[in-house]
Design a protein around this ligand. Structure first.
Ligand code: ADP
Ligand code: MG
Length: 698
């Protein structure tokens, strides 16, 4: 008997029920059910005093007396209201149904135990349709303490799988299988953190003896869950380091040094230097580099990427950069070709809109090695694209790519190229630990000197004329302006209408020939987009009206005003990205967030956050709190966040402890072969068999 048995082995669960529980809740094995935790508990261990009730208390239990009962007329029919008092205060009990019968049954001035869901209205507390029991009766019975309430679905309930039945199933499960539940942590860890044993923890997570026991049980299970995820991630990293050989870029020579001495357009910031040292150390080590480079928008990741590529070329390897959009790939191509123009290095661009003839040329030059650097979009992933010897693959704005796409670049070589993924979406530390726990992380935490903080204001649509005046003044000074419209879904006709209406209204207020306007949106052909973009880059147009296609990476230092229309419809990280398009030159830059008066609480928080700070990490923390980890930077794809009991945001302290513990376990016993770690090893092997984590993290 083991926990991998299907739940039909549990007393009372028929084949039909089992299949229903599988389709509705994904529960198949005993282990699944054991790890299917209640989302709340009906707490009958605590008695509240009326004066201690809080508006956010949910179910409460109170001892007191009913002093008065009356019928109160309301719109339709009436309700029965009882005044209920204890020594500390008074509240109401309310019934809408069965009033007559209840009224007759209620005993005045006798002590009752009252239990129910607390309502709070106008400073008064009440419980509708409470459970009532005379204290004398209550004392005769043995009380069940805390009752679990399991997540459920309508279909389950309609098919007769009530919460009560679920409770019975879990009870049977615990009775039948208790002996085969084995400890998964080492004694040392249990002692160190004073953790509950695995059996007690499971028992108390389902049927807690007290609030205190519940807290201990949850703490233990969260620790365990996070510990094993970290163990997997860290082992994967370890294996990558020791088992997967990487190309060795032994020399830093001509290309790198010449560029650094003669062609570097500015001095690197200390953060850029530090990051390059970290990368240099990796690629010279003989191990395979798998590194995440985080740096806020405008922190100068591109130059770090270029210098890294030069390390590869110095050692006879090719290099590639993959970007999420054509605009961005094209921009990288122009910027990098420009910086390398006096050097003997061949750079080319491959995107979906490159013609067949040019494409063939690129394929040929790649295969015979005459092409050193290839920059492109997803088009790089096509099978026809074969490198002679790809030494490093750099993935820009990596949150835009799926995990599968990342992995695909690997298969382009026999040996995997070194991988550097770059992202401007700052990831809070704890989340990075969970999602990218298998990568090394470098951070450019310093902006190039002389940047002035972008001044950000929030204005309502009714102030548009003042905003237009401001635009005119800035254009007068020689600056350029972005006006961005939300495009939530590329197909939404409504959004296009907003965009085109906006374009027309701006055209009216900023007439030709004095003013020239570019427009870029997702429905345009890539070549047209590029043409419009270039007009703006060259300064031929002063205003760029666009959808979020310009969100990532676009670099026009002379643009100093970012106007975001309907800004309440954008997410925080998008707003931050958009604002990052300005403030790239030496001039004071501005970001104006336009919105309607109608704002949700969340919308208000987002706009206020943008006005209050330009720190990407702070913004990411707020975003994480508002939206939860599942919505950040494509983490939906990450099985790592499919947690059963822990929460990477709320349980960040436990996460840090779990990660540190996993690190120290692996430091002493990387193969988990010591007798002291036997429990861990068994659980680890079992988890690896069942978990999708291995396949889901590239
Ligand atoms: P991001 O990190 O957002 O990709 P970029 O690499 O596009 O940022 O750099 C933003 C701008 O800052 C570019 O115009 C770039 O030339 C400039 N830049 C980068 N590093 C420095 C530096 N050390 N000193 C001055 N300007 C820099
Ligand atoms: Mg960039």
């Amino acid at each position: 008997m083991n926990l991998n048995y299907p739940i039909t082995y549990i007393k009372g669960i028929s084949v039909q029920r089992a299949s229903l529980m599988y389709t509705e809740l994904g529960i198949k094995t005993c282990n699944d059910l054991l790890n299917f935790f209640p989302n709340r508990y009906i707490d009958k261990t605590t008695f509240y005093a009326i004066k201690d009730l809080q508006p956010n208390s949910s179910e409460v239990q109170i001892v007191g007396k009913i002093t008065r009962v009356k019928s109160v007329a309301q719109k339709r029919g009436s309700r029965l209201v009882a005044t209920f008092q204890d020594a500390t205060g008074s509240m109401e009990l309310v019934w809408f149904k069965g009033q007559k019968w209840i009224k007759d049954a209620l005993k005045i001035n006798e002590p009752y135990v009252v239990y129910g869901k607390l309502n709070h209205y106008n400073g008064n507390f009440s419980i509708p349709h409470p459970e009532l029991e005379l204290v004398v009766e209550y004392k005769k019975k043995l009380q069940t303490k805390m009752q679990p309430v399991y997540p459920s679905t309508e279909r389950l309930v309609n098919s007769g799988v009530s919460n009560k039945l679920m409770r019975t199933y879990v009870q049977h499960l615990l009775q039948q299988f208790f002996e085969v539940i084995t400890e998964t942590l080492s004694q040392e860890i249990i002692d160190n953190f004073k953790l509950m044993s695995k059996r007690d923890a499971l028992l108390n997570a389902h049927f807690p003896k007290s609030q205190e026991n519940l807290a201990k049980a949850q703490n233990r299970l969260k620790f365990e869950e996070l510990f094993f995820i970290q163990l997997q991630l860290l082992r994967k990293k370890l294996i990558n380091k020791t088992k997967i050989k990487g190309f060795v870029f032994e020399n830093v020579s001509d290309y790198f040094n010449t560029f650094y001495k003669d062609h570097l357009p500015f001095n690197l910031t200390n953060a850029q230097k530090r990051v390059l040292k970290e990368i240099r150390k990796d690629v010279a080590s003989g191990a395979h580099m798998n590194r995440l480079l985080q740096g806020d928008v405008g922190s100068g990741k591109t130059i770090a990427a270029l210098l890294t590529m030069l390390m590869a070329i110095d050692n006879g390897y090719q290099a590639t950069i993959m970007a999420p959009t054509e605009i961005l790939a094209t921009q990288h191509y122009h910027a990098i070709s420009e910086m390398l123009k006096d050097m003997d290095i061949n750079v080319d661009l491959l995107t979906g809109s490159v013609r067949v003839k040019k494409r063939r040329e690129i394929h040929a030059n790649l295969e015979d090695g005459t092409l050193h650097i290839l920059i492109g979009t997803h088009a790089l992933l096509e099978d026809k694209v074969k490198f002679k010897n790809l030494g490093i693959a750099i993935i820009d704005e990596q949150h835009r790519f799926g995990v599968a796409q990342r992995a695909k670049l690997w298969t382009k070589n026999i040996l995997p190229p070194h991988i550097l993924v770059m992202t401007a979406t700052p990831i809070p530390r704890t989340l990075a630990m969970s999602v990218y726990g298998d990568l090394d992380i470098s951070v450019i935490d310093e902006l190039p000197p002389g940047r002035k903080e972008v001044k950000t204001v929030h204005r309502y649509d009714s102030n548009r004329l003042a905003v237009f005046k401001f635009m005119r003044d800035e254009i007068e000074k020689g600056r350029q302006v972005y006006v961005v419209y939300p495009l939530i879904q590329e197909s939404e006709a409504m959004d296009y209408k907003d965009l085109m209406d906006g374009y027309e209204s701006i055209s009216r207020d900023f007439p030709t020939p004095k003013y020239q306007i570019s427009i870029v949106h997702g429905k345009m052909k890539p070549a047209d987009k590029e043409h419009e973009m270039q007009r703006f880059v060259k300064g031929e147009t002063q205003i760029m009206v666009a959808t979020t296609v310009i969100e990532v990476g676009v670099n026009v230092p002379n643009a100093s005003v970012m106007i975001i229309e309907s800004s309440e419809r954008f997410g925080l990280s998008q707003l931050h990205q958009l604002r990052g398009r300005v403030g790239r030159g030496g001039d004071q830059s501005y970001c104006i967030l336009l919105s309607s008066y109608k704002l949700s609480e969340e919308g208000k928080t987002r706009l206020k956050t943008m006005v209050d700070t330009t720190d990407g990490f702070k913004i990411a923390e707020v975003d994480l709190k508002l939206r939860g980890p599942g919505n950040l930077m494509g983490t939906q794809q990450s099985g790592v966040l499919n947690l059963k009991i822990a929460d990477v945001v709320k349980d960040s302290k436990i996460l840090v402890a779990a990660r540190n513990t996993a690190i120290s376990v692996l430091q002493e016993d990387s193969n988990l072969s010591q007798p002291a770690n036997i429990n861990i090893k068994k659980a680890y092997v079992e988890l690896s068999k069942n978990s999708k984590i291995w396949s889901e993290i590239s």
